[in-house]
Design a protein. Structure first.
Length: 249
């Protein structure tokens, strides 16, 4: 009996080992990218890296060329209520603004040039103020000592009184290379003294006393005398002592 039991147990063990040996294990799964997919992925990563580097280089180059900074671009600084240009600036098109200020603070002792243009007018603080035409030729130059006008004609027109007043504690000189014309209904010169210094003085359209009414002894005279009435009217006569001229204006 014992032998039979041992044989059966051994037979069972053999059957179990056979059954375990006949079971098929599941296949292994490889996780990842292999082959041509892996090569394409690496090429794409390299291309993206090159593009990012190029973009960074272009961004740095544009920043240096344009002068980009936190406050603005180049010489232009942006603020809350105004824009500051720290350098020469040219506006090619129309500019709309309430006020324009231009100043050079490089002067000494707090004195520097400044130009302010606003709704109230134009205010300039400088050594010399100059106006040029479109070709660059000077029209007006103003400084602390004189005002120079570089034109052939100068007209001063007033809409109300039409009066030109020159007031100064010093001398006022008017110098011209050819002619200075004063055209008006009345020209009034007031002063302590009036001096006319010239080799030739012409009084045109002066009233001349009739030579035929002069005394016979002076009718043949080739010269006239300039006579003055009590009211200041001038006339010309051969002899002021014997002429009877109507001094009424």
């Amino acid at each position: 009996m014992d032998d039979n039991n041992s044989d059966e147990q051994q037979h069972r063990r053999m059957n179990q080992q056979r059954n375990l040996g006949g079971i098929q294990r599941p296949p292994k799964l490889n996780v990842g990218v292999y082959g041509w997919r892996k090569r394409c992925l690496y090429c794409l990563l390299v291309l993206l890296t090159i593009i990012v580097c190029i973009n960074l280089c272009l961004t740095l180059w544009l920043t240096l060329v344009l002068g980009l900074h936190w406050g603005g671009v180049g010489i232009m600084s942006l603020h809350k209520n105004h824009i500051v240009f720290n350098g020469p600036t040219v506006f090619k098109n129309t500019l709309y603004t309430d006020e324009i200020r231009s100043g050079d603070k490089s002067g000494t002792n707090g004195h520097y040039s400044k130009l302010v243009i606003d709704k109230s007018g134009i205010n300039a603080n400088c050594e010399q103020f100059q106006i040029n035409d479109r070709s660059g030729q000077q029209l007006i130059a103003v400084d602390s000592s004189e005002i120079r006008v570089f034109t052939n004609d100068m007209s001063i027109i007033s809409a109300t009184e039409g009066r030109l007043t020159l007031s100064s504690n010093n001398d006022i000189d008017m110098i011209a290379q050819q002619t200075i014309d004063f055209v008006a209904n009345n020209i009034v010169l007031k002063g302590h003294s009036v001096r006319i210094q010239n080799e030739h003085i012409y009084l045109e359209k002066l009233h001349f006393f009739d030579r035929s009414k002069a005394p016979y002894s002076v009718r043949n005279s080739q010269s006239y005398q300039v006579c003055v009435c009590e009211n200041g009217l001038l006339f010309a006569a051969v002899d002021c002592r014997q002429a009877t001229f109507d001094c009424r204006e």
